[in-house]
Design a binder for this molecule. Structure first.
Ligand code: NAD
Length: 526
């Protein structure tokens, strides 16, 4: 990348996928301004029309699914099996989910009031768009992550300025074309090409809210900048996810699941398994099975349909993984398999790596790996596994592997994360209804599902008083008499003693029935 142009290279072959112009940060303000100008019309078109347009997006994506899957693979390297089966498939499903549920999620919701004073009132929640949203995405799920934010944002009537990762700029262009050709007005969905600079300018612009997915390091920068402007933001950040393998786990099944959870997408998943805590009684047999399965994995260009693992996305990622493994080796961990790049290959390929680490070396500040490396640690029991799994500054997801539902649920409740999957891993990210968030340094706020949609709207509470001619007794003027009545009312309404309640019925009825039952006007009104 230079200041003016981004050249996107296939990380398996180094062939150029395409080139785009970088948007100078000085132009970001004007782009956001255009979006604000387009916003009122988009909001006024109403939910029905927006839903129909997004249904179009879904159908267009379906008809171009192979094209999108191939581009994902060429631009960031993941096997086409994952691009098509996990990304494009989940996107089509998720758009359909939002379209089908638009009215349920975004229509007014009645909020019945229980209090005797307010029972006759109209009371409801009204959902309205926030304005222009800034969405910033990473390259590792380059279609699913943006779709999961852009679609609910547009559906709820917001305009969007979207900045994709500098590693997947061609996909950003394709997404823009898809949305525009499906009927989204040009200024309602605009993209910004480039890296940190235009990203920073977007955060500092007049967007109403930022939705960021990426590293914790950049998340912190964005949070600081947003705080200075009192701008709201949702931050979905890094993880160092644990798998707990219980003594009663089906070892064969757990080993297969953990190989996939650690090495699919070349380990470049925010929710990839990085730390595995295995009961000591099954440690050796688990390790043996794991290594056997890893040996069968085929590394190669993701465009080949039988490649299991593609390359890392960039030289930078490759250098980072080499460094992490080297540090680990120096510190005394045992590298059981892998630990080096693939010999004689073009592309940023790194061998799937298993490292055995002693429990004493599991530290709170262990950094996210984000590559094909998993750490195994033997534990004495479930308690130790939970304790070590929680010893992390991150708290994104975790998995538990057991044949007993109750045991799985008990462990799940004790893990400090936003998500726990029992006997599976990663795929909840593509489940339309499952919300997504992280605790500790992994996340602030929600994306995905109804909870994610709630972050994109102003949920306005509206209250209607039908008795619009009756002065309220809590309005001015205040009086001694009214305070005495209020004291009785408190006892009548809330006392745990039935005798006290009954004793206060008469004074309350005497003073208040005129207002509550007979709609009498206050004689002392101002
Ligand atoms: P990154 O933080 O380097 O970049 C993410 C995005 O932020 C990119 O578009 C980048 O250009 C932009 N950016 C960089 N500096 C910026 C700044 N100062 N201001 C505004 N924008 C800026 O992350 P990445 O390398 O693209 O992605 C990998 C990271 O993302 C990993 O840490 C991974 O765990 C995390 N991730 C998290 C989730 C989640 O849901 N929690 C999902 C996917 C990836």
């Amino acid at each position: 990348m230079n200041n003016k142009e981004l050249s996107s290279l296939n990380p398996a072959t180094f062939k150029e996928v395409g080139r785009v112009k970088v948007i100078p940060d000085s132009q970001v303000k004007a782009i956001v301004k255009k979006a604000w100008a387009a916003f009122p019309d988009w909001r006024e078109r109403g939910l029905k029309e927006r839903t129909a347009i997004l249904k179009n997006v879904q159908q267009q994506l379906l008809s171009r699914s192979e094209e999108f899957a191939s581009l994902i693979t060429r631009e960031m390297g993941k096997p086409v099996h994952e691009s098509l089966g996990l990304e494009v498939h989940s996107c089509i499903d998720i758009i359909g989910y939002y379209v089908r549920n638009a009215e349920t999620f975004l229509g007014d919701k009645r909020v019945p009031l229980h209090h005797i004073l307010f029972k006759r009132r109209g009371s409801w929640l009204h959902f309205e768009p926030l304005g222009v949203l800034g969405i910033i995405s990473p390259w590792n799920w380059p279609l699913l992550i943006p779709i999961n934010s852009v679609v609910p944002a547009l559906l709820s009537g917001n305009a969007v300025v979207f900045k994709h990762s500098e590693w997947t700029p061609i996909l950003a262009e394709k997404m823009r074309d898809l949305f525009i050709e499906s009927g989204i007005p040009e200024d309602v969905f605009q993209i910004i090409q480039g890296g940190a600079k235009p990203g920073k300018a977007l955060v500092e612009s007049s967007v109403a809210k930022i939705f960021f997915t990426g590293s914790t390091k950049v998340g912190k920068i964005i949070y600081n900048s947003a705080a200075k402007q009192l701008k709201k933001c949702v931050l979905e950040m890094g993880g160092s996810d644990a798998a707990v393998v219980c003594k009663d786990a089906d070892v064969e099944y757990a080993a297969s699941g953990i190989v996939w959870g650690g090495f699919s997408n070349c380990g470049q998943n925010c929710n990839a398994i990085e730390r595995v805590f295995i009961h000591q009684d099954i440690f050796d047999v688990f390790l043996k099975k794991l290594i056997n399965k890893i040996k069968k994995l085929r590394l190669g260009n993701g465009e080949a349909e039988d490649s299991d693992i593609g390359p890392l996305v960039s030289q930078e990622q490759l250098d980072k993984i080499k460094h992490i493994v080297e540090q680990s080796r120096k510190a005394g961990d045992t590298i059981v398999t892998g630990g080096i790049p693939l010999h004689n290959s073009k592309g940023y390929f790194f061998q799937p790596t298993v490292i055995v680490r002693d429990a004493s070396r599991i530290q709170e500040d262990m950094e996210e790996v984000f590559g094909p490396v998993i750490y195994l640690t033997s534990v004495a029991n479930d308690d130790e596994a939970v304790q070590l799994a929680n010893r992390s500054k991150y708290g994104l997801t975790a998995s538990v592997w057991t044949c007993h539902k109750k045991r799985g649920q008990q462990i799940a409740r004790r893990l400090h994360t936003g998500t726990v999957m029992i006997n599976d891993v990663i795929v909840s990210f593509g489940m339309a209804e499952a919300g997504w968030t992280g605790v500790k340094q992994s996340g602030i706020g929600w994306v995905h599902g109804e909870k994610g949609l709630d972050e994109m709207v102003n949920i306005k509470y509206i209250n209607y008083e039908p008795q619009n001619h009756i002065q309220k007794f809590w309005w001015f003027p205040y009086s001694q008499k009214m305070i005495t009545t209020l004291r009785s009312a408190l006892q009548f309404l809330f006392s745990a003693s039935y005798i006290r309640r009954i004793a206060n019925v008469l004074p309350v009825l005497k003073r208040m029935s005129a207002f509550l039952l007979l709609n009498k006007k206050r004689s002392d009104k101002l």
